[in-house]
Write a protein that binds this ligand. Structure first.
Ligand code: FMN
Length: 171
């Protein structure tokens, strides 16, 4: 079976920890994890199943190493690739910008041909605005993790989401 490529960026370590939990839940032998700070466009070419993880920083901004990679990211052809996103944010302190970076990341992958997977219900979160929701506000465009306000929910959210994407991605 082909491997899954998981690409993440982090400023303070939370997204890296969640990436490792996702890898362990899928099966460590099935997932290759890349810190986007040291990844290249060519690395994306190795996988047809891709997971992208990013926290949002500074009122709706990209995480710093994703920001550095952004122009390269926009050149990646995601045709014939399935992409599932996850994002970290804080729904209370940044309620008008909750998970914005995940939304921006998802939108580029889809514009560039990706088949999206891993949409996640917005029920159970309280926030004002997000660029990471579907038009009907029913779903986030990927797994929503809030280590600041709801850390106790993270492990179970990952368990449920991984079961979902395993099915959607045929893992
Ligand atoms: C200064 C600061 C700005 C932040 N801005 C946002 C934001 O605009 N939207 C959001 O959803 N979360 C925001 N957060 C919350 C972070 O995304 C969250 O703490 C995340 O878990 C950090 O992930 P990392 O440790 O992988 O960098 C912010 C946090 C800090 C400290």
């Amino acid at each position: 079976m082909s491997k899954v490529g998981l690409f993440y960026g982090t400023d303070t370590g939370n997204t890296e920890r969640v990436a490792d939990m996702i890898k362990d839940k899928i099966g460590a032998d099935l997932v290759e994890v890349h810190d986007i700070a040291s990844a290249s466009v060519a690395d994306f070419g190795k996988y047809d199943k891709i997971i992208l993880g990013q926290p949002t920083w500074y009122y709706g901004e990209l995480q710093s190493s994703w920001d550095d990679f952004w122009e390269d990211f926009k050149t990646i052809d995601f045709t014939d690739k399935t992409v599932a996103c996850f994002g970290l944010g804080d729904q209370a302190d940044y309620s008008e910008y909750f998970l914005d970076a995940m939304g921006m990341m998802h939108d580029i992958a889809v514009e560039n041909g990706a088949a999206p997977a891993g949409y996640w219900p917005t029920a159970g979160y309280e926030f004002d605005e997000s660029k990471a929701v579907t038009d009907d506000n029913e779903f986030f465009v990927g797994l929503a993790i809030d280590e600041d306000q709801q850390p106790e929910k993270t492990a179970e959210r990952i368990d449920v989401w991984v079961d979902q994407i395993k099915e959607e991605m045929g893992l």
